[in-house]
Design a protein around this ligand. Structure first.
Ligand SMILES: [Zn+2]
Length: 311
């Protein structure tokens, strides 16, 4: 049994995933320079993206606003996150509406999944939007200190909150999730579905990593829990920011060392082995009801496609 090969030297699978592509350089070194950040905020060329939960304000196929539109929107948010500089050196920020906004003609609030699935904005906006969503969500959930309960305040251009009581520094969180394509010795892969999936869709198994656990052990544990399958060798393949709300998907391949499936009915609707021909047919259709794989925006599909193309 052979895991899919490593990519050619220097090739970065991760950079091709949805929510990975960004036109911005984050310039994290600038965040603590308050004078510089203020200069960026005052820059007439600055751009602003506005979110309300997992929905993004969109107008004319763009999620970034400039000029007077940006100035007006800056009044609608208490949190300003410096996202970085674009290739022209323009500073980009993100903010969150305090309440559901009144939309102007031609505007829409579109959720992050639909934005990507329907290509409503350019693909290089998804990286900044994932960065914005995860960071804004963290701000919402860390308004008070987890140590002493006092209010916290945002500093470092939105990348840190300090407690006003005990001084503890709090930093944005990312929750790692392993997602894995497990193959057996008979050229089959293990795919499953949960009850909330649309009819016919099967995908890679996945689960949150636990504290004090390696990526490899998380792959083995989650696969065993959900399918009853034992996994031996595991290899990391690619990662993907997954802003629902603040996950990092760690895509892996693994080799099964057992084949008898025992589905965890508490979590899974079904789980089974699929042959390479079956998988190729599933990749070729998106018809709800027919057996199919997840859409292109998911790293699971990437893992499945790379495997399916091996032979
Ligand atoms: Zn505190």
């Amino acid at each position: 049994m052979i895991l899919p090969p490593d990519p050619p030297s220097g090739f970065d699978w991760s950079s091709h995933n949805t929510y990975s592509v960004s036109l911005l350089h984050r310039h994290s070194e600038q965040r603590t320079d308050e004078t510089l950040v203020q200069r960026h905020l005052d820059d007439p060329q600055r751009r602003l993206m506005m979110l309300f939960g997992d929905r993004v304000l969109v107008r004319s196929g763009r999620a970034d606003f400039e000029g007077n539109a940006a100035s007006a929107l800056f009044q609608e948010t208490d949190t300003q996150i410096f996202l970085g500089l674009d290739p022209e050196g323009r500073p980009w920020f993100a903010g969150e509406f305090r309440s559901e906004p009144e939309l102007e003609p031609g505007e829409a609030l579109v959720d992050l999944r639909s934005l990507a699935r329907d290509a409503i904005v350019g693909s290089d906006s998804f990286g900044p939007l994932a960065q914005a969503r995860a960071t804004l969500f963290w701000h919402q959930r860390h308004r008070f200190c987890g140590v002493c309960g006092a209010p916290t305040v945002s500093i470092a251009a939105g990348y840190q909150r300090n407690c006003t009581g005990c001084g503890t520094q709090h930093f944005p969180r990312t929750d790692p999730v392993v997602i894995m394509l497990i193959q057996d010795g008979e050229d089959r892969v293990l795919l499953g579905r949960t009850p909330r999936f649309e009819a016919g869709m099967y995908t890679c198994l996945a689960g949150f990593m636990e504290p004090g656990e390696t990526v490899e052990d998380a792959v083995r544990r989650e696969t065993k829990e959900e399918s009853g399958i034992d996994v031996g060798a595991v290899r990391y393949h690619a990662s993907q920011p997954w802003p629902f709300p603040a996950n990092l998907m760690l895509g892996c391949y693994g080799e099964a060392i057992s084949t008898d499936i025992e589905v965890d009915k508490a979590e899974m609707d079904d789980c089974r082995w699929f042959s390479r021909d079956e998988v190729k047919a599933m990749l070729a259709t998106t018809e709800v009801g027919k057996l199919h794989c997840p859409p292109r925006l998911a790293v699971a599909r990437h893992l499945i496609e790379v495997w399916a193309d091996l032979k």
